[in-house]
Design a protein around this ligand. Structure first.
Ligand SMILES: [Zn+2]
Ligand SMILES: [Zn+2]
Ligand SMILES: [Zn+2]
Length: 155
């Protein structure tokens, strides 16, 4: 469904959502208070795209094309110190960089960096699932080989 503003509108668990915001949240990210989701695919083409309800980017639901910016920055559509502060208070995907979600990473010879625990966990899970899939493939291959050997005559 399309709203008059040009944004996609959808419903998730009985709650109305703007489609791109829902895609972002279902991707495991968050939208903290005071921030808005900006369509980077539009921002990049700002000169070519007139924007407004006819803007095709408003319908884009690819989380990789979005980024969080603070409301005031969105209004100014520029780079102000606000966006830097917002980046410090939240990770790129909007999780709060504080308390239990904040992890300080100290690498040798580098300045300590702040890392989002939620994003780290999601990255680890993704790589675990990839490894798991590789293990299963190896097992399937070994089982197939074994079956072939069992079926071959003469032993
Ligand atoms: Zn896009
Ligand atoms: Zn656009
Ligand atoms: Zn995060």
């Amino acid at each position: 469904m399309m709203k008059a503003t040009g944004y996609g509108q959808t419903t998730h668990k009985g709650t109305p959502w703007l489609a791109h915001r829902l895609a972002w949240v279902l991707d495991g990210a968050a939208i903290p208070d005071g921030t808005v989701l900006d369509h980077e695919c539009h921002t990049r083409l700002r000169e070519a795209c007139a924007g407004g309800p006819a803007c095709p980017h408003r319908r884009c639901v690819n989380p990789a094309h979005m980024r969080l910016i603070t409301r005031s920055v969105n209004a100014l559509a520029g780079n102000s110190p606000h966006s830097d502060n917002a980046r410090k208070a939240h990770c790129l995907r909007g999780h709060p960089l504080e308390g239990e979600n904040l992890r300080i990473v100290q690498k040798k010879g580098r300045a300590p960096s702040r890392e989002c625990v939620t994003c780290r966990r999601q990255r680890n899970r993704a790589s675990y699932e990839r490894n798991d899939e590789r293990t299963k493939q190896r097992e399937r291959y070994a089982a197939r080989k074994q079956a072939q050997e069992d079926a071959s005559p003469g032993e």
